[in-house]
Design a protein around this ligand. Structure first.
Ligand code: SF4
Length: 369
């Protein structure tokens, strides 16, 4: 069995740590690029969600490099994600590739349903080793997220422009050269130190924008056109509402270790506007928007792929939140035809508008753009 998985932000680093730690044969997907999207778009139904198309582009590249099994997380919520594995398998079959899919559903009500695909994946590996390597890989997930969130804070404050981008790019190159969770953790820690040694404008109080929306789109930089990097280089501090470690905490840890405790802070915040799960992260999008507004953020950017049902529901609620709280909110819809110039213009205009709003309210905020 030679496994692969979809590329989504830095998830590949944690997956690499985990599968290599167990000595499994794995084909790491390359970072998404123009050709990933073009190939995926060509073989997908036109109305399919953008993440499904990009995933297919990843698989086809990895199949060329020998992968024969795809690992994918599943879903049982009211959105198309639950069908991804089945649809992707059929598309690949029609193209002549007989690829096995191992779909790991979130731990909902049935432990048996959750464990079944896991057993298939780990046959021949001892439980103790899976636990040990799994813990180390989860630490990798947490520390990569920490490292990435550090870049969000340092980038708008750096004295030498693009220094954060350079360190981060070096990190991504170096981490691919090492093997297994412990060596990967060493590289992450080394680069955390490098980020901390970047010379910054201390005391600067940049604009703060929260990024909300569909999980894949806000985590995968190719699909969101590097929104965090762009905003950071405009002098804006961003915070992304969803990360892989938070997702694992919500979908695995919380359900596994605290099964009775279902409602979290985000769901509570969203309740007056969206009291029920609408699939994907629609409810979380609304909840995070309200939490950012309470924390004094200056603006919110919602990003969704064209036609994303849960995010359309959330988008319909956001104008009411904007009216109730006064926080500026902008929605960006991306698909395979999104042009970078127009996207950049909208980001610049939004930042400009928030700045002028702040100036009008005579805030002391200073922004270096
Ligand atoms: S959350 Fe949106 S983009 Fe993702 S599968 Fe569901 S409908 Fe598609």
């Amino acid at each position: 069995m030679k496994i692969t998985f979809p590329h989504m932000g830095n998830t590949y680093i944690a997956a690499k740590a985990f599968f290599e730690g167990l000595g499994m044969d794995v084909v790491i997907p390359k970072p998404c690029n123009k050709s990933t999207l073009e190939i995926g778009t060509k073989c997908s139904p036109e109305s399919a969600c953008l993440p499904l198309k990009v995933n297919l582009g990843n698989y086809l590249d990895c199949i060329e490099r020998g992968a024969d099994t795809v690992i994918l997380s599943g879903s049982c919520g009211p959105c198309r994600f639950g069908y991804y594995g089945i649809v992707q398998k059929e598309i690949l079959k029609d193209m002549g590739y007989d690829i096995d899919f191992i779909i790991i559903d979130p731990l909902q009500d049935s432990l048996k349903r959750f464990l079944q695909p896991i057993k298939k994946l780990f046959t021949g590996h001892s439980l103790a080793k899976i636990y040990k390597v799994g813990r180390a890989a989860f630490q990798v997930v947490k520390e990569i997220d920490e490292l990435e969130y550090m870049t969000f804070k340092i980038r708008p404050r750096e004295k030498r422009k693009y220094e954060t981008d350079t360190v981060y790019a070096d990190f991504k190159r170096e981490v691919l050269k090492v093997t297994g969770p412990y060596e990967i953790l060493d590289v992450i820690r080394k680069y955390k130190q490098k980020l901390l040694s970047i010379d910054i404008h201390r005391g600067l109080n940049p604009l703060k924008i929260g990024i909300v929306g569909e999980i894949y789109t806000i985590i995968e930089p190719y699909v969101n056109l590097n929104v965090e990097q762009k905003l950071g280089n405009m002098g804006v501090e961003v915070d992304r509402s969803l990360s892989i470690s938070r997702w694992i905490d919500d979908n695995v840890t919380r359900r596994f270790f605290r099964p009775g405790h279902r409602e979290n802070e985000v769901e509570r915040a969203a309740k007056p506007y969206i009291p029920l799960c609408v699939g994907g992260h629609g409810r979380e999008c609304v909840g995070h928007t309200l939490l950012y507004s309470r924390k004094g953020y200056d603006g919110i950017i919602q990003i969704l792929p064209f036609g994303c049902m849960p995010e359309i529901v959330a988008e319909s609620v956001l104008p009411t939140i904007r009216k109730d709280t006064g926080i500026p909110i902008m929605t960006l819809v991306v698909d395979e035809l999104t042009g970078e110039t127009g996207y950049n213009t909208r980001l610049e205009a939004f930042v400009d508008m928030i700045l002028r709003k702040k100036e009008r309210s005579k805030s002391k905020c200073t922004v270096d753009i």
